[in-house]
Design a binder for this molecule. Structure first.
Ligand code: PLP
Length: 352
């Protein structure tokens, strides 16, 4: 079994390299603490943690349904959307079944597939983009599940709901297609809304989203899924008891209430992303247009040395050996520091 490798924390990098003031741009978190309403809700909920939480997270589901404009039976919540990805594998994949997904993509897809003794079918990206034609061609009689991250992690490219609709027309209705929108809030609205554009006509589609990225609740562990009611009820059967803890339920409900404030933060990060991409391109870097809160720097053979050079100088990014580094868009200061440090690292003679 491969293990899931989390991004390295700033404190760990400081300890390993004997440095101070490291910054973490490795896990696509938001750079700021959660909004005050969330902190207050979590603090209030803390006094009730002698009791189990509501197993079905009823209040959160109903708030989500109202927010998204769907029936409450069309929504589930999980311990992060990664928890729901695991439930999808538990629900639909038996030993020998195939799970198809573009590659490179989110690292838990092959891990959860293998956990079920499923067969991962990795469909290479075209350039840095998801190749939906090749993915459709890879779906066969043993395929139970397809994962599509849009924007894709780590390359940041996105597909539109029109493209996904044409893809779905080629896929048998008994193959479950999970559209993983962990970075939806940073994506260009012109790419469409899978909940409105795909779920009503496709009983086999589930859209996964999370409070971890745009909403700043990564440490609480809460995500959600939207699909037609029968699919949601199947997924719910594999839910661990009390999967979404009491603090996470309260925090997520408060985050929905603070939507406007959170959107302002998202807008700040997307404008920082535009600035960072412009600066990196001005420095001579070629990179795909990013649609999440991170950029992909295809560094090829230089990946490991650049990653290490950055980390020794206190800038922690996420390396994919031989391919490139993924760098979270942080605060303006963090982004400036990353860009300056990258330039410094690239000026070093190779091998030093
Ligand atoms: C971060 C991420 C997730 C999961 O995040 P959770 O914290 O488990 O909600 C899911 N998919 C992709 C592509 C991600 O990058």
């Amino acid at each position: 079994m491969p293990s899931y490798r989390p991004g390295k924390g700033a404190a760990q990098a400081e300890a390993e390299h004997g440095i101070v003031n490291a910054i973490k741009l490795a896990s696509n978190e938001t750079p700021w603490p959660p909004v005050e309403a969330v902190v207050e809700a979590v603090r209030d909920a803390a006094s009730g943690v002698n009791r189990y939480a509501d197993h079905r997270a009823t209040k959160l589901r109903s708030e989500l349904a109202g927010w998204l404009g769907v029936d409450a039976e069309m929504v589930t919540a999980g311990p992060g959307s990664a928890g729901l990805l695991q439930q999808l594998c538990l629900t639909f994949v038996d030993a020998g079944d195939e799970v198809a997904f573009p590659w490179r993509s989110f690292e838990v897809y092959p891990v959860y597939t293998q956990l079920m003794e499923g067969q991962a079918v990795r469909v290479p990206l075209a350039g840095w983009s998801v190749d939906l034609d090749a993915l459709a061609a890879a779906v066969g009689p043993r395929t139970k599940l397809v994962f599509i991250a849009t924007p894709n992690n780590p390359t940041g490219t996105a597909v539109t709901t029109d493209q996904l609709g044409r893809f779905l027309d080629k896929i048998p209705k008994d193959v479950i297609v999970a559209v993983d929108e962990a970075y939806r809030e940073f994506n260009d609205p012109s790419h469409g809304n899978p909940v409105a554009d795909l779920v009503p006509d496709h009983p086999n589609v589930v859209v996964l989203r999370t409070f971890s990225k745009a909403h700043g609740l990564a440490g609480l562990r809460v995500g959600y899924g939207v699909a037609q009611a029968p699919l949601i009820s199947d997924i719910d059967k594999t839910m661990a008891p009390f999967a979404v803890n009491a603090l996470a339920q309260a925090g997520a409900v408060a985050a929905i209430g603070a939507d406007e404030e959170i959107r302002t933060r998202v807008a700040m990060l997307t404008s920082e992303r535009v600035r960072l991409v412009g600066d990196l391109r001005a420095d001579g870097h070629e990179l795909p247009d990013p649609h999440g809160n991170f950029v992909w720097l295809p560094l090829g053979d230089r990946t490991n040395s650049v990653y290490l050079g950055l980390e020794r100088r206190g800038v922690v990014t996420r390396p994919f050996s031989g391919e490139g580094i993924r760098v979270t868009v942080g605060s303006a200061d963090e982004n400036d520091r990353f860009r300056a440090t990258l330039a410094e690292v690239l000026e070093e003679p190779a091998g030093s």
